[in-house]
Every structure is written in structure tokens, then in C-alpha cells.
Write a protein that binds this ligand. Structure first.
Ligand SMILES: Nc1nc2c(ncn2[C@@H]2O[C@H](COP(=O)(O)OP(=O)(O)OP(=O)(O)O)[C@@H](O)[C@H]2O)c(=O)[nH]1
Ligand SMILES: [Mg+2]
Length: 379
């Protein structure tokens, strides 16, 4: 028996060393998969804590494995980041059609330039913007001694990006106190949906958002907003059907002040820009918000891209009534009329700040001219 004792001690030491090596290896594996497979944001704080604890024993390690497995699944099922290019298919086809007539030409004569201009007009760029664009492209083709039609696309793309670029497209926040963004536009353009998307985005960024249901025209409007408030974690302030929209805005601002909220998004009833009394009501709403100096930083005109050039007339009337600061262009996903972006910028000087590319809460993209120009030409 006494001969066996040293053998037993050696065996025990070997077993202990092997156990420590196995535990160390599995912990290293878990850490490596955390850093290489997963975006940090996907791992909940719990995982961090459990990784710390893991050095302590096997129980907490199995928790890590569960968390890593869940996060890996989430990573695999997460859709790709939203790309403008993927949603602009029909507009891109319209632009491709516009260029098809010139790209095969070995030399650009007057007729060729004219047909490019006509094609751009038919892609909803608008007459004066199409003329301006073609003149600019023609001038740069002359300077660069470019005659071949196939090189026109590159020049056009550059001129489109240039035409769109000079503008501040950020949605501004007030220097102090709650910020107010007001949303206006004709019926059914996507005001409430755009507000819902912004509430989701701003809420996820850690901002406390108050939604003011100032569309008291239909009870369903406040209910629609209420559903989005619940989903995005925003606070809803509403009135009864037919209540004065001004009182809803007033209450929403008071509520935002008392809660220390960051942002009030005001949903207004859709109205035809030709109805004088309804446009007057909108002016009154703005005056109520303006009683708190500097709180109102954005008046966003929501335009439905599928209406094409009609949007320009709406924009002029709304801008005259309530000093629009930017455009949210919705439904760009389902239309060939995306060329309207160029007309809005060049004819009205109102920057397109955000674009809607679907009905889901994530389908909102900050407008980027370079990305838009690239997306138009299939890149
Ligand atoms: N495809 C697509 N549909 C959109 C987009 N934005 C809004 N919609 C749809 O357009 C329809 C009208 O949207 P709302 O947000 O209710 O429009 P509204 O301007 O608030 O309408 P009113 O309050 O009646 O004036 C809904 O079916 C939305 O899902 C978008 O970017 N893409
Ligand atoms: Mg609405």
C-alpha cells in the first residue's frame, strides 16, 4: 500500500493539471469567439459579467456559452444594414433608361444632349433642374474634351452630387430644454409613420421622446400614434377627437418640460395646401410652439415621392405658411420618381434631410447626396 502512495499522488497531480488546462482552454475559446464573431453591441452586459466570473468555475461558463449562442443566432438573423441602393431599384431603372440613349453614342451632338435632358425630365427631375444639370454636364464634358457618350454617366453623377451637396441636413436640437420638431404635409404622405421611425431611432439613442398627437381630426390618428409610442417607449400626449390641436401641442410641451424630456415630435393632421383655413390653423400651431423661444428647431415637410412633381407645389405652399426647415421624402422604395429629390433641392432650396424607404420602424435613412448619386447609377 505504501508503495502505491507516490503513484497515487503523481496521478492526482496529473489529473489536476489536465483539469486546469481544459478549463483554461474553454475560457480562451469563449473569449475568442466573443471578440471575433460578434459585434460588441450584440453582447448584453450580462455576457461581460459572466466572462469575468468565468475564471471562477464551470457553472458560470455554461451561462457564457448560452449567451454566446444566443448572440451568435441574433447576429446570423440580423438583416444587413439598410442600404439606399437596395431600395431605389425603380428610380435607378428610370435613370438607367435616361442614360441608355446616350451611352452608346460615339460622339455627343446637340440631339444627344437634348435627348438626355428629355430623359431626365421623364425621370421626374423637373424641367429647369434637368436643363441646369445637362448644361453643367455639357460644360464639364467640353472642358475635359469628352465626346464619347459612355463617359457622360460619370459626369452626370458628379453634377448630381454637386447639385445636392451644399446643405445642412442634420436634424437640429435646441441648445437647452426640450426640442420640438413639427411634421406637416398633405393627407397620407407618411407623417405619422415618419414620426414613429424617428421616435424609434431617437429612443434607441437614449433620448426621452414625447409624441404630440395634434391630429385630432380622427380618433384613429391618435390611436395609430399611441401604438408607436408604446413600441418605441415614447410618451404620448393626446386630446379627444375634435379637440383643439393647439391645446395638445401646449400640453405636450408642458409634459416634456416637467419630465425633462429631450424631444417633442408633433404629428399634425394631413391637409390640402390649397385649403386656406387649414393652412391658417397650421400657422396658429406654430405660433403656440414659438411661445417657447428656440424650442422649435425643425418644421419637416413630409412629401410622398410617388407624387413626383406635384410635391413641388405642395412644398411651396407649406414653406410659405410655416417656414419649412427640411423635407422628409417618403416611399422612395416603391417609386421611379426619386428624381424629385433633385428638383426639391434645386428649385426650392429646401434640403431633403431624411428619406423613408419602407413601412417598418427601421426604414428611415439620413439623406446623403453622394450615396444617393451612387445609388442612382447602380453602385
Ligand atoms: N412603402 C412605404 N410606405 C410608407 C412609407 N412611409 C409611410 N408609408 C405608408 O403610407 C401610408 C400612410 O402613412 P401615414 O404615416 O399614416 O401618413 P400620414 O401622412 O400620417 O397620413 P394622414 O395622417 O392621414 O394625413 C401607410 O400605409 C404607411 O405605411 C415609406 O417610406 N415607404
Ligand atoms: Mg397621420
Amino acid at each position: 500500500m505504501s508503495n502505491l502512495l507516490p503513484v497515487l499522488i503523481v496521478a492526482l497531480v496529473i489529473a489536476l493539471v489536465a483539469a486546469v488546462a481544459v478549463i483554461g482552454y474553454r475560457i480562451a475559446l469563449a473569449r475568442r469567439s466573443q471578440s471575433t464573431l460578434l459585434a460588441p453591441a450584440l453582447l448584453p452586459n450580462l455576457a461581460e459579467e459572466q466572462v469575468e466570473d468565468a475564471d471562477g468555475g464551470l457553472d458560470s461558463k455554461s451561462v457564457i456559452e448560452d449567451v454566446l449562442e444566443e448572440a451568435t443566432k441574433a447576429e446570423a438573423t440580423r438583416p444587413d444594414p439598410l442600404r439606399l441602393r437596395d431600395r431605389l431599384g425603380r428610380t435607378r431603372a428610370a435613370f438607367a433608361g435616361a442614360l441608355a440613349g446616350v451611352s452608346g453614342r460615339s460622339s455627343m451632338d446637340d440631339d444627344a444632349w437634348e435627348s438626355l435632358e428629355e430623359a431626365l425630365i421623364s425621370a421626374d427631375v423637373g424641367v429647369s433642374t434637368a436643363t441646369r444639370l445637362v448644361e453643367a454636364v455639357r460644360a464639364s464634358a467640353k472642358t475635359a474634351k469628352i465626346k464619347d457618350g459612355s463617359e457622360v454617366e460619370g459626369l452626370l453623377r458628379r453634377e448630381i452630387a454637386l447639385l445636392l451637396s451644399p446643405a445642412d441636413r442634420t436634424l437640429q436640437m435646441a441648445v437647452s430644454g426640450p426640442t420640438v420638431w413639427m411634421f406637416v404635409g398633405v393627407n397620407g404622405v407618411g407623417k405619422t409613420t415618419t414620426i414613429a421611425k424617428l421616435a424609434t431611432r431617437e429612443g434607441a439613442a437614449g433620448r426621452h421622446v414625447v409624441l404630440a398627437a395634434a391630429d385630432t381630426f380622427r380618433a384613429a390618428a391618435a390611436e395609430q400614434l399611441g401604438i408607436w409610442a408604446e413600441r418605441s417607449g415614447a410618451t404620448l400626449v393626446r386630446g379627444d377627437e375634435g379637440a383643439d390641436p393647439g391645446s395638445v401641442v401646449f400640453n405636450a410641451m408642458a409634459s416634456a418640460n416637467s419630465r425633462g424630456a429631450d424631444l417633442v415630435l408633433v404629428d399634425t393632421a394631413g391637409r390640402l395646401h390649397t385649403k386656406v383655413n387649414l393652412m391658417e390653423e397650421l400657422k396658429k400651431l406654430r405660433r403656440i410652439v414659438d411661445k417657447t423661444p428656440d424650442a422649435l428647431t425643425e418644421v419637416i415637410l413630409v412629401l410622398d415621392a410617388t407624387t413626383g412633381q406635384n410635391g413641388l407645389t405642395q412644398a411651396r405652399e407649406f414653406a410659405a405658411a410655416v417656414e419649412v426647415t427640411g423635407v422628409a421624402l417618403t416611399k422612395l422604395d416603391g417609386t421611379a420618381k426619386g428624381g424629385i429629390v433633385l428638383a426639391i433641392q434645386s428649385e426650392l432650396g429646401i434640403p431633403v434631410k431624411i428619406v423613408g424607404v419602407g413601412e417598418g420602424p427601421e426604414d428611415l435613412i439620413p439623406f446623403d447626396p453622394e450615396e444617393f448619386a451612387a445609388a442612382l447609377f447602380g453602385e
